[in-house]
Design a protein around this ligand. Structure first.
Ligand SMILES: [Zn+2]
Length: 418
């Protein structure tokens, strides 16, 4: 059995037209479908209509996660689930998340065409606010579904304009009635673009994802003293901007030291200087730090080293530096069984496959706390650029990944037991 590559491409293009915008710098058309926005609502209604057209029974839970169910021969046993997300960052392409949702839907359409009914029911899911781009918490919908984040806490989250999740869900008509706590499926498998350069550089067709690396975020608030840029001698300044810059350089040194192997990543993505005037030494800087490593224990050591770096720099620059851990997720190992099934399918289809650790967070890591779970990665062009309108996986690359997804889902859906 093979999926219909043209139908998959057309379906990615159709969803990509919803929330489309033209990037000013490049002229390339990208996607902007922030969670629970008008565009997200439109995208959701489009996918729900596609699900219904494929004969699926659709349910929506209280955090807006959507599930399309295809009955099995033995309809009471645990279902096999596949999916991802359709919300996007403000400057997205059309593949991140959408490939996982529309790919899973394409698998079910392929089974419909072949008149194949699997033993277990199959469910296509899309989860709310995976990106965290609007309400600040990534994997929000799937985290609520597995019980990591309580529903009431999720409801109260606010965006920059003070709008809250619950009202925004209601406004787009996706505040469902199904219990948000998901009953454990038999297994969960997600197809996703790699969002990095490794698979393409190695000429690999599909990535067998072994897990997700550990992630730690800090929010830094550095306080010094505002002063006149012309009259204040350098040695009398307490400049939090300089301290922030030194932390940023220290992050790179930490990685280059090699103390934590060659897989540590460290980024300062936000710096906000106050008052932010050209001729005033800033008095306050808010900055962010993002560090990641495939091994939790190593990340923990790097974080401890970082905290002593903060203290040293603050003392030397005569500023106050406080840090708050704003996110922390441990490394997640995906199911060896799912990894084996991905490898077997790739081999049977004569595709080159390679094991890879995910550098980004995904809904699958939440589902992995409920059931055996795993991912299939698809390479991307232009060094796998993502969260950018240039994001591109070719129809061939997408079809290879979704064909593997087809094999893995059907194998899992024939497994015995409850
Ligand atoms: Zn994604």
């Amino acid at each position: 059995m093979n999926i219909d590559s043209e139908r998959l491409t057309a379906s990615l293009e159709a969803l990509g037209r919803i929330g489309a915008y033209t990037d000013e710098a490049s002229g390339i058309v990208g996607v902007r479908r922030l969670a629970f926005s008008k565009e997200d609502g439109e995208g959701r209604r489009h996918v729900v209509a596609e699900m219904k057209a494929a004969g699926l029974e659709v349910t929506i839970d209280r955090i807006g996660n959507v599930f399309g169910r295809r009955p099995g021969r033995e309809d009471r046993v645990k279902p096999v689930m596949s999916g991802s997300h359709i919300d996007s960052v403000a400057t997205a392409g059309r593949f991140d998340g959408c490939l996982g949702v529309l790919g899973a839907l394409e698998v079910l359409k392929t089974l419909n065409d072949a008149k194949v009914t699997t033993r277990r029911p199959l469910i296509v899911a899309f989860f709310s606010e995976e990106e965290g781009a609007r309400f600040g918490t990534d994997m929000l919908g799937s985290a609520v579904a597995v019980g990591r984040i309580p529903l009431e806490r999720a409801y109260g989250l606010k965006d920059r304009d003070g709008r809250v999740v619950r009202e925004e869900l209601e406004r787009i008509g996706f505040h469902g009635s199904a219990n948000e706590r998901l009953a454990a499926p038999h297994a969960y498998v997600e197809c996703h673009i790699e969002q990095g350069p490794m698979l393409r550089a190695a000429n690999v067709d599909v990535g067998i994802v072994t897990g997700v690396q550990a992630i730690c975020w800090h929010e830094l608030v550095i306080t010094g003293r505002s002063a006149h840029a012309g009259t204040t001698p350098m040695n009398l300044r307490a400049d939090p901007g300089v301290a922030a810059s030194r932390v940023q350089l220290a992050l790179r040194d930490l990685v280059r030291s090699g103390t934590y192997g060659d897989q540590l990543r460290a980024t300062m993505g936000v710096t906000q200087f106050q008052p932010g005037l050209v001729n005033v030494v800033p008095n306050r800087v808010v900055a962010s730090v993002d560090i990641r490593h495939p091994e939790d224990a190593v990340l923990e050591r790097a974080e401890a080293a970082l905290v002593s770096i903060y203290e040293r720099i603050a003392a030397e620059e005569k500023v106050t530096l406080t840090h708050r851990q704003s996110a922390r997720t441990p490394d997640i190992a995906f199911s060896p069984k799912v990894q084996d099934l991905v490898a077997k399918s790739a081999a049977a289809r004569k595709l080159v496959a390679q094991k890879i650790v995910s550098g980004a967070g995904h809904d699958c890591q939440e589902l992995a706390t409920l059931c055996p779970a795993g991912m299939v990665f698809v390479p991307g062009e232009y060094d796998g650029i993502s969260h950018n309108p240039r994001e591109l996986s070719t129809p061939r690359q997408c079809a290879d990944g979704v064909n593997v997804l087809l094999d893995v889902l059907t194998a899992l859906a024939e497994e015995g037991g409850e």
